[in-house]
Design a protein around this ligand. Structure first.
Ligand SMILES: [Zn+2]
Length: 211
């Protein structure tokens, strides 16, 4: 009996989780049918395609020096929920009330998307520790038809920005992240899209998110 080649098994597992396809010359490709990731090799570079409960994303990872004999790919960022509608703004305003009550400490919440009802709701996160410069919490358990849509936390009276802790916390998830700061004066907001280990700044002001 042949010995099991564990390296082959590991390589097969990695290839299965990270398939790569060439972009057709037409420039049109069917999105992957199931949740997960896929790499697309195109004339204009390498792209990461991610289909997740929160949305569908096709992101340019980088150019290739060699002119590949494939079609061109385009970037796509498509959430399954609407960030700028009245319902979402109302939830962000609700969070603001909780964050003001939590001062001087930070506060954190998830805005959760229900895939069946197409509704979002706010879940405040019970802190295990909190101070004016940090917060830790137990991650909520989501129902099978729910996903994290917006991960939102406050920085109390400090400015809104993504700290080194935030950088580490956001790796590996697909979500929109928001930080609200300067709660004692004119609030500020930082926002970005996180797709696995990629982060893309989002151009939201606090006024736009809560008007
Ligand atoms: Zn933070």
């Amino acid at each position: 009996m042949n010995a099991i080649d564990y390296q082959d098994l590991a390589d097969d597992a990695v290839s299965g989780l990270h398939p790569m396809v060439p972009m057709p010359q037409s420039g049109k490709i069917q999105p992957r049918p199931t949740y997960g990731r896929r790499y697309i090799l195109a004339k204009n570079g390498l792209f990461l395609e991610v289909k997740a409960p929160a949305g569908y994303f096709r992101l340019h990872l980088g150019d290739l020096e060699h002119n590949m004999p494939f079609g061109e790919c385009d970037q796509q960022i498509s959430f399954n929920f609407i960030v700028a509608d009245d319902a979402c703004r109302a939830l962000i305003k609700d969070f603001m009330e909780h964050a003001l009550n939590a001062l001087p400490n930070e506060a954190a919440a998830w805005i959760i998307w229900n895939l069946d009802t197409k509704q979002m709701h706010l879940q405040m996160l019970e802190p295990t520790t909190a101070s004016p410069s940090h917060i830790t919490f137990v991650r909520p358990k989501l129902a099978h038809n729910e996903c994290l849509a917006i991960d939102i936390h406050s920085h109390g009276t400090l400015p809104a920005f993504f700290s080194l802790t935030d950088e580490a916390d956001d790796i590996g998830e697909v979500k929109l992240c928001m930080v609200i700061g300067n709660l004692d004066k004119e609030p500020t907001m930082a926002a970005r899209l996180c797709v696995l280990d990629l982060k893309i700044d989002a151009d939201f002001s606090f006024a736009e998110a809560t008007k």
